[in-house]
Write a protein that binds this ligand. Structure first.
Ligand SMILES: O=P(O)(O)OC[C@@H](O)[C@@H](O)c1c[nH]c2ccccc12
Length: 314
């Protein structure tokens, strides 16, 4: 497999989005990030090693009366008949871009996106990567549950251990994001843990191989990232189209696109090609015209391609 890289797309940006200028963070390395997470987890595992610890209990005992509330909530928020769902990734910074925004209250930020009609919210637990922390994620969950109980809140961290999924469940998240390129074959175990504790897992993928692995493990939702976290953070604008062959027939897997999504032209193409939604970080957080962008994305209609095709968008 060779990524469909087109250097012209590197400079692609919508004139509509606000560019947040700052120094570029070029020293991001996924490997280092995972190592750091491993080190943090050593301590976390120690804190939760008692067999009667709440997280251990969650993982160890099958719930006889499972609550499918989160799964239903997630599915209906991500799949909007005839239109794209739009999610916001609430982060202060990004390992792969110049994004730097300041906010004290992630709950307030989440609420303002709820007011703008956002379909789902992603809250970041990894401070070093995205500038989010546990206060942020607790605030985000609490305020979204209060102001918009039907909007799912998704836990984003560098997830490598089932204990982190138990934490997401305990904090009342509706789903968790697991990166296929970080966990590799362990993905199946993490998906099984999700099933056991009734926490839907969204699998982030970049390549068709990762998508195949996710599908094999029974993933219900796939987030296709156009930025290749593993491959030096290279941007592959048309990568989402390269993966659709790996999906099982019957449209049973929910599919989302992320990674430098800024505008409606590209997003319309994703909609027409069968994707269910987009997840946007930099294009929304700190963008003063965020709510009009959300509205424009919501106004895109399936079967209304206009003049667009892959050839003139990319
Ligand atoms: O800010 P953007 O380009 O719209 O991207 C959002 C999201 O894709 C990004 O924050 C993200 C999703 N998964 C990740 C894993 C690692 C680093 C970053 C990410």
């Amino acid at each position: 497999f060779s990524p469909q890289h087109n250097s012209a797309t590197q400079t692609f940006r919508s004139t509509r989005s606000t560019r947040l200028l700052s120094t570029r963070n070029n020293d991001y390395s996924l490997f280092e990030t995972v190592r750091r997470k491993e080190a943090q987890l050593e301590q976390f595992r120690m804190q939760h090693k008692d067999p009667q610890d709440e997280l251990q209990m969650l993982l160890g005992y099958f719930d006889a009366e499972p609550d499918f509330g989160s799964a239903t909530k997630l599915a209906s928020a991500l799949r909007r008949p005839g239109r794209l769902s739009v999610g916001v990734d609430i982060k202060r910074r990004s390992p792969t871009s110049s994004l730097r925004v300041d906010f004290n209250d992630a709950g307030g930020v989440a609420d303002s996106f709820i007011d703008s009609g956002i379909d789902f919210v992603v809250a970041n637990a990894d401070y070093e990567s995205y500038g989010g922390d546990t206060t942020d994620i607790e605030q985000a969950v609490a305020s979204v549950h209060k102001s918009s109980p039907d909007t799912p809140v998704i836990f984003k961290d560098i997830i490598i251990d089932p204990l982190q999924l138990a934490l997401a469940k305990q904090l009342k998240f509706d789903a968790a994001l697991v990166m296929a390129c970080v966990v590799g074959k362990d993905l199946t175990d993490l998906l099984d843990t999700g099933t056991l504790i009734n926490l839907p897992i969204i699998v982030e993928c970049h390549t068709p191989e990762e998508v195949a692995l996710a599908v094999e493990g029974g993933a219900g939702t796939i987030l296709l990232n156009r930025v290749d976290r593993f491959g030096g953070n290279e941007f592959h604008a048309t990568q989402p189209f390269a993966i659709r062959d790996e999906l099982p027939p019957g449209n049973v897997v929910t599919t989302l696109v992320t990674g430098k999504v800024f505008d409606t032209l590209e997003s319309n193409l994703f909609l027409q090609e069968g994707f269910d939604g987009v997840l946007i970080g930099e294009g929304l957080v700190g963008n003063p015209s965020a709510s009009s962008l959300i509205k424009e994305l919501h106004d895109l209609k399936l079967d209304d391609e206009g003049e667009i095709n892959r050839g003139n968008v990319f």
